[in-house]
Write a protein that binds this ligand. Structure first.
Ligand SMILES: [Zn+2]
Length: 380
């Protein structure tokens, strides 16, 4: 069966363009949410708006006709990196690209369009399926806020396709690191820099010593560290009283993460003490690492789906986090797949129309063949 003919390419492109034409920065997803709700309802879904303090998630259900089946979850995020205000784009040579000083927003609107078109096809062609849960999250780009505030109690799926990866269609993210952020507050002693500098303790100098001493950049193949922000000082004639340093570290390995954190924090404390400066460190786990076993039936099933779509699947390990970290942390086996979007988070962001369609085909094929929707098949 040639199911690629089921996909209405013009409709898919129109859905995508309508979505990128609406500005939806993190925590500003309201207008986009309205259009998405409409689209989901048109495709035959029941839609709920799950609010949290700073924004909302859309949780939808496309009820299936196959009874006693395990549901499948499809997910993407509604927000985009900025700027997208006054977005200009062109469609030329089979490519949609940003032509102004904004991103295109294919991250992650290509995902939303592919999911909606899939649902439209299911309805239109009356394709049998089990229950499909759809989650569109908010503020992913600002720190996975939507996913972290998602009411997982409402979801029944144990398997998820998360469409939020870039590069060629066929890329599947099967592992992502844990992520910790921290704040160091270094307190010196203020003094007049010209009259009595010897009475002061210079928080900037102490911080500099710390920054130069701690492990930084690539620690090993699985671990990275970075100091990303420093703030401090008030005037050139004042020995600075306080500096605040913000940093992060990531690792695929729990022990290395713990050890690296200890080295960074202990080094900072020793240096502060030696200089008679105060130091206060707080840290926070942003998300936890996941690694999907290559033998995992769902992953092997997806590999087959790609091959059937004429695409070679490529398992990738990323250094970045996504909603997939939160889904996996919550016990939903989520694979983050590429929608075909390219050069995301840049003003050169683009997507090939062929990839937009190919990515949609993968989603459609996954839904049509999902083992959980077949009573006779294991691997649910
Ligand atoms: Zn994204």
């Amino acid at each position: 069966m040639n199911i690629s003919a089921f996909i209405n390419k013009d409709r898919l492109v129109k859905i995508f363009i309508d979505l990128i034409n609406i500005n939806s920065p993190s925590f500003g997803e309201k207008e986009l949410g309205r259009l998405l709700s409409q689209n989901l309802k048109t495709a035959g879904c029941r839609v709920e708006v799950q609010k949290y303090d700073r924004s909302f998630n859309l949780i939808a259900l496309k009820k299936g006709s196959i009874k006693d089946s395990s549901p499948l979850l499809l997910s993407g995020h509604m927000d985009t990196i900025e700027p997208t205000t006054g977005i200009r784009f062109e469609t030329k040579g089979g490519i949609i690209r940003s032509i102004g000083n904004t991103v295109l927003g294919a991250d992650d609107k290509s995902a939303l369009a592919q999911i909606i078109e899939t649902l439209m096809v299911l309805k239109e062609k009356k394709i049998p399926h089990g229950d499909i849960e759809i989650v569109f999250t908010s503020a992913e780009e600002k720190g996975l806020f939507g996913a972290k505030n998602l009411d997982f109690g409402r979801l029944k799926s144990r398997h998820a396709l998360i469409l939020d990866s870039g590069g060629p269609v066929g890329n599947l993210v099967i592992a992502a690191p844990s992520h910790i952020t921290y704040e160091m507050r270094i307190s010196g002693r203020p003094a007049h820099a010209g009259i009595e500098p010897e009475k002061g303790i210079n928080a900037i100098r102490v911080s500099s010593e710390i920054i130069a001493a701690v492990p930084d950049g690539r620690i090993d193949a699985e671990t990275t560290a970075n100091i990303g922000m420093i703030n401090g000082g008030t005037a050139t004639n004042v020995v600075p009283k306080e500096v605040v340093i913000h940093g992060e570290l990531r690792s695929h390995d729990k022990k290395t993460l713990r050890d690296t954190k200890k080295i960074i924090f202990d080094t900072a404390k020793d240096i502060a003490k030696k200089n008679r400066a105060g130091i206060r460190i707080t840290d926070q786990e942003e998300y936890r690492a996941f690694r999907i076993d290559r033998k995992e039936p769902f992953l092997r099933f997806l590999g087959g789906v790609y091959k059937d779509c004429g695409v070679e699947p490529v398992n990738t390990v990323t250094g970045g986090g996504s909603d997939a970290n939160i889904f996996n942390q919550q016990g939903i086996l989520g694979v983050n797949i590429s929608t075909g979007m390219q050069k995301v988070h840049s003003h050169d962001e683009y997507i090939h129309l062929n990839d937009l369609t190919r990515g949609c085909l993968v989603v459609l094929k996954t839904v049509m063949d999902f083992p959980g929707f077949r009573r006779d098949k294991p691997g649910r």
